[in-house]
Design a protein around this ligand. Structure first.
Ligand code: ARG
Length: 565
């Protein structure tokens, strides 16, 4: 049920009947109820080409517009807009159809693609911190969304598991003579202590460097320690994924080290493609309009972050055969991605028709607008933040006397984690994001709790009404008309959000839907005595479709609903 394209089709027909050639058409949602449901503003653009005034063109289209089925009324407005009203009977029938469809009328996309979504990407040397939160949440949503729309999604967790810091950690393990599994329990502390030794003790730092060489040359003992270290470290991340309820598993890990063997080949192929220039001992690719070159190999032979990303790009395009590759990474890496994308295409690592995109997001800030830190200035550990979310959620719902302890715990998890995710997803991802507990855990405003509450409210209606729901949907008044139209927009909203990789288009939609439902529910009683049986059945179905849409929308965002709140 692609609402807009269906309206476009009706207009297209009018163009054909009027004998006017049309370019791609696109209607927009009307901004005010008095402008109808949708608005067409294509007449203005045609004015020059047809040397007619736009209102005249609009009149021509209007004269040929079919107002007997989907549309019921059309009016010319302003300089040449056409305001369009949907036919309530048509809306009602479409809603009924959506309700009977388990995909709620959302069609699988016509040209499904193989898509790689690169997200989370924590570095193994440290515990995950809030900086990785946004990538994990936004990336998981994007992957869920594309999967729902029918794309074949390959999740890739490009973890940082290679580099000098690992020599340092191994040296520290050896030094302290401790068992790896014990000392890595508190990874953050372990890393800090190792780093302190590295910075202060020359003997130690020499030793650490020697270990790096050993790991790189494949020394068995060192590799074993390194593997163990990664294993434990990744275990910490998985704890976070589990709490966060995201879909990443170990199978999705394609660590930086996965590409190690390919790095010399990347450099060689760049050389053969005539892309390399030696500069101050390093191998570089100079790009047009860019002063800073991409360094792919240092003077000492070491490879860099960009080299690994070039190898990963090639692997994703050529081995995984992806047609869209989306990197959900901090906006501060925009320069890096712009460069590697360009090099990969110019060197022929990635075919021209593959879409490469950096899904950038802003920094997480505290209430005062400063980068998010603990009280003593340290980075906030993700796991602590998520635990705090659950504690705070419990405070919000603590007056539930009829709930068991266990039920409250489950509920608090759903609400707390949902709030953290929703708050992040509901802002324009490129803006910096102000983290605010009170706002995200509020029942009012554009929050997950507001939607979970709306959902639960509808479920409570169905607990009171437990007999069969049947009959037609009837659009009785303006608010029902608007609610039903909003429900039919779900497909369009998801498709747009997928193209733009913008989860906040989904949250904005869900919030508008929730608000409309609340208004509908206030104005139009459902189970009250005296309500006409047919209207009752119709309203129950509109409520049901609203609940299902909220549930499906939140599910794409990785957020659960509850039946009672
Ligand atoms: N580990 C990187 C970081 O924390 C993120 C990795 C993103 N993915 C990529 N293919 N570069 O900055």
């Amino acid at each position: 049920m692609k609402l807009k394209s269906q309206i476009n089709d009706v207009i297209k027909e009018a163009f054909i009947k009027a004998g006017i050639e049309h370019s791609p058409l696109s209607v927009t949602e009307a901004t005010k109820p008095e402008f109808g449901d949708f608005q067409f503003n294509g007449a203005m653009a045609l004015s020059k080409k047809l040397s007619k005034n736009p209102r005249e063109i609009a009149q021509l289209i209007l004269d040929n517009l079919d107002l007997t089925q989907m549309l019921t009324k059309a009016e010319i407005a302003g300089p040449g807009f056409i305001n369009l009203w949907l036919n309530p009977l048509w809306i009602a029938a479409e809603c009924k159809e959506s309700l009977l469809d388990e995909r709620l009328g959302v069609e699988v996309c016509a040209n499904p693609l193989k898509v790689v979504v690169d997200y989370s990407g924590p570095n193994m040397a440290k515990q995950m911190h809030v900086g990785h939160l946004r990538s994990t949440i936004i990336g998981d949503t994007l992957a869920n969304l594309l999967t729902f729309l029918g794309d074949e999604v390959i999740r890739q967790n490009h973890i940082g598991d290679w580099g000098t810091q690992f020599g340092m950690l191994i040296a520290y393990l050896e030094e302290t003579g401790k068992d790896a599994s014990v000392s890595l329990k508190d990874l953050e502390q372990f890393y800090k202590d190792a780093k302190a030794c590295f910075d202060e003790d020359v003997l130690f730092s020499d030793k650490a460097r020697a270990y790096v060489v050993k790991i790189q040359s494949g020394d068995k003992h060192c590799l074993q320690l390194w593997e163990k270290f990664i294993d434990i470290s990744l275990g910490h991340c998985e704890e976070v994924y589990e709490k966060l309820d995201v879909q990443l598993t170990r199978d999705d890990v394609r660590a930086e080290s996965f590409y190690n063997d390919d790095l010399p080949k990347v450099v060689e192929d760049l050389h053969n493609a005539g892309k390399l220039t030696q500069s101050e001992g390093a191998q570089c690719v100079f790009l047009e309009d860019d002063e800073i070159p991409v360094i792919v190999q240092k003077g000492d032979g070491g490879y860099l972050y960009a080299t690994t990303d070039l190898a990963a790009l090639r692997y994703r395009a050529q081995v995984l055969d992806a047609k869209r590759i989306s990197y959900v990474v901090d906006a501060r890496q925009a320069g890096h991605f712009k460069q590697v994308f360009k090099v990969a295409k110019e060197a022929g690592f990635v075919p021209e028709d593959v879409k490469l995109e950096h899904i950038a997001f802003g920094t997480m800030m505290d209430k005062g607008g400063k980068p998010f830190k603990t009280r003593d200035g340290g980075t906030v550990k993700l796991i602590d933040l998520l635990d705090e979310a659950v504690v705070k959620a419990k405070e919000t719902i603590n007056n539930k006397e009829d709930y068991s302890e266990e039920a409250i715990e489950t509920l608090a998890k759903i609400i707390g984690i949902g709030a953290v995710k929703y708050a992040d997803l509901s802002i324009n991802r490129e803006s910096n994001y102000i983290f605010n507990w009170d706002k995200m855990l509020s029942f009012e405003g554009n929050t997950s709790l507001y939607l979970q509450y709306a959902y639960a409210r509808i479920q409570s209606i169905f607990r009171k009404h437990d007999s069969e729901v049947c009959g037609d949907i009837i659009i009785g008044d303006d608010v029902e008309h608007r609610l039903a139209t909003m429900l039919l927009r779900f497909d369009d909203v998801l498709k747009r959000a997928a193209v733009d990789a913008s989860p906040n288009q989904i949250t904005t939609y869900l919030y508008e839907l929730g608000t409309l439902f609340m208004r509908f529910y206030e104005q139009n009683p459902i189970l009250k005595i005296g309500v006409d049986e047919k209207m009752k059945m119709s309203r129950l179905q509109l409520a049901d479709l609203t609940a299902k849409t909220i549930k499906q929308g939140l599910e794409i965002l990785g957020i659960k609903v509850v039946d009672k709140l």
